[in-house]
Design a binder for this molecule. Structure first.
Ligand SMILES: [Zn+2]
Ligand SMILES: [Zn+2]
Length: 442
């Protein structure tokens, strides 16, 4: 009986798991936790290393025995009546030198439980499934159906693993103890004795003869079953959200089934970046629009709506100017009518090298003649520039079915992502800007 189960928990196996179970669990988890598969998880490397270290210890019957009887303390070589082999070396391999927070320690286990109660599993293993979602799905909400496989108690043998009324026999190899002594040479002068689980009965002490095994599950007690799970991605769910499907996981005989836990991972979006309930996007405008203003659909939103913004009259827009579109951000999880803000950084596209040569001389002459006669100087300049500069952009093609008119309001990026904490207090700051916006002629 193990006095601690932390390492088993890392692998997600019970403390009486067989060597094969441990190998299987490790391979499965190593695939899911590999840092290459979790590029955006800052803990990915640590999780992967912990898994590797836990496996190294539990896969070796010697170190597993020490861990089972003395916990991490035993492995650290700091006591235990029969700490056997000197674990210092092995330990430093896994922990980068010393236990409990030395400078080279890459991670620590919470192994405070040496005197704590023995933890026993009370349900089947949970299945954690990373699930990639589009930002559109988190904005609009989505229900997805996922095909999965889970282990259920074998219906034929009712989880006994035996055929008919066949009974397990006491394992001859270990005399029913489930373990046997193993001897290993630690150094030229030391031989370590330790217990290792019996490989014949996988540590259970009982063995079922080949001919007595249930035909359906081949004595495994469980069988695989295909299931279809519905996952409800709700509007505004944050990245990393865990969606728990209680009881949808693997079943072990005699225990209620584990849970299936989907962990949401947001895919990178080509236009939008998310921070809490705020969104950020970059929109390019032409030099003509920067000098003469614009009134067009600047962006297609995550629900397909066009968002139209008109810049204030005679406002010159610098590249990098940020505007805030209030309540155009992400919906709030559990309160989707409350939304964050959409921040748009306007980038001015300078004309290409050939723009001079593309100016239509006739149009220019026409504008100038007309202006000399009828129009005041400021309008002249406006018209002349309009004719000189690359043209303003047309609306987005194809035109979205719904187009909302949204006010042009300047903001600063310092506020981006703060909507969650400040909620609606931002409005006070707006008064500073009210009225005439600054013009920066250049
Ligand atoms: Zn069966
Ligand atoms: Zn045995």
């Amino acid at each position: 009986m193990a006095i601690e189960t932390e390492l088993y928990d890392v692998l997600g196996v019970p403390s009486n798991a067989t060597g094969d179970d441990i190998k299987k669990a490790y391979r499965k988890k190593a695939r899911n936790l590999h840092p290459d598969k979790n590029p955006n998880d800052p803990d990915a490397i640590q999780n992967f290393q912990e898994l590797g270290a836990a496996y190294e210890i539990l896969n070796d019957p010697n170190t597993r025995e020490i861990y089972d009887s003395h916990g991490m303390q035993g492995l650290a070589g700091s006591g235990g009546p029969q700490s056997g082999p000197d674990m210092g070396d092995i330990f430093s391999q896994f922990f980068g030198g010393g236990l409990g927070g030395g400078p080279g320690t890459s991670f620590t286990f919470d192994f405070n439980g040496s005197g704590g109660p023995f933890r026993k599993r009370n349900k089947g293993e949970d299945t954690v499934v990373p699930y990639e979602v589009k930002l559109e799905d988190l904005y609009n909400g989505k229900t997805v159906r996922v095909n999965m496989e889970k282990e259920v108690e074998c219906g034929v043998c009712k989880g006994s693993g035996a055929k008919g009324n066949a009974k397990s026999k006491k394992c001859v190899t270990c005399e029913g103890k489930g373990w046997k002594h193993v001897y290993s040479q630690v150094s030229t002068v030391r031989i370590a004795t330790s217990r290792a689980p019996c490989t014949d009965c996988h540590g259970t002490g009982e063995i079922l003869r080949e001919k007595d095994r249930c035909k359906k599950c081949k004595g495994e007690k469980v069988v695989k079953e295909k299931t279809r799970q519905e996952v409800h991605v709700e509007r505004g769910m944050p990245d990393g959200q865990r969606i728990v499907l209680a009881g949808a996981g693997d079943q072990e005989p005699g225990l209620p089934p584990g849970d299936v836990i989907f962990v949401l991972k947001t895919q990178r979006h080509k236009s939008f970046e998310r921070s809490g309930s705020d969104l950020l996007a970059t929109v390019s405008i032409t030099l003509s629009e920067a000098l003469l203003g614009f009134d067009r659909i600047v962006i297609n939103h995550l629900d397909g709506r066009g968002v139209r913004v008109a810049s204030p009259p005679s406002k010159v827009i610098n590249s990098g100017t940020t505007i805030i579109l209030r309540n155009e951000g992400m919906p709030t999880y559990k309160n989707p009518d409350m939304r964050g803000n959409l921040y748009i950084v306007l980038e001015v596209e300078m004309p290409g090298e050939d723009w001079m040569s593309t100016i239509d001389q006739e149009v220019l002459c026409h504008v100038f003649r007309a202006c000399f006669v009828f129009l005041p100087m400021s309008n002249l300049l406006f018209q002349a520039l309009g004719a000189l500069l690359p043209p303003k952009k047309a609306d987005i093609e194809p035109l979205p079915e719904i187009v909302d008119e949204v006010a042009f309001e300047e903001g600063t990026l310092a506020e981006f992502g703060e909507g969650d904490e400040n909620d609606w207090q931002d409005e006070e700051e707006d008064d500073d800007e009210g009225g005439a916006p600054e013009c920066q002629p250049q």
